[in-house]
Design a protein around this ligand. Structure first.
Ligand code: DQA
Length: 151
């Protein structure tokens, strides 16, 4: 069986992980996080593709390009979580299962953060478990792909 392709998509300001609001997002840089996830992927025999962008259009283009190439998406839309119907439509259009990840607990912060444009269409949401949430999402994604289920 061929290795599965996982896309990790990170939205605006997540390039600043490690220095940005450390109390909320922790001290690990995005570069280090990607290194750890790539290492896990090597062990778990899957391919990890990653894009972080501050631009909504780049994230949308990446989703469009994922069709037929990517088996599963791990998505932290960051601030676009709370606003972007365009990103919601893009992920619905490609019909690839995904897990929504938030490093912080979006339900214990400002009220506007507790509303997500993605939670109802995601396979599930991980929120408030720090960067470990990405590792958990990766493991679950692979488990689901092995079972060949769409949700
Ligand atoms: C975030 C939560 C969002 O509300 C925020 O805008 C982010 C990061 C998180 O990972 O906790 O940029 O998605």
């Amino acid at each position: 069986m061929k290795n599965k392709n996982i896309l990790l998509l990170n939205g605006p300001n997540l390039n600043l992980l490690g220095t940005r609001e450390v109390k909320l997002y922790g001290s690990m840089s995005l570069k280090k996080l990607i290194k750890i996830l790539k290492c896990k992927c090597k062990i778990l025999k899957c391919n990890l593709f990653h894009l972080q962008s501050n631009s909504e259009s780049k994230l949308i283009d990446c989703l469009h390009q994922s069709k037929e190439k990517i088996d599963y998406i791990i998505f932290n839309p960051a601030a676009f979580t709370h606003t972007s119907i365009a990103l919601r439509d893009a992920i619905l259009a490609i019909n690839i299962p995904f897990i929504e990840v938030h490093i912080s607990n979006i339900h214990s912060r400002e009220k506007f953060r507790s509303k997500s444009k993605f939670s109802d269409i995601a396979n599930g949401t991980i929120s408030g478990l720090g960067v470990e949430g990405y590792i958990i999402a990766l493991k679950i994604a692979l488990k689901r792909l092995q079972k060949n289920r769409k949700n």
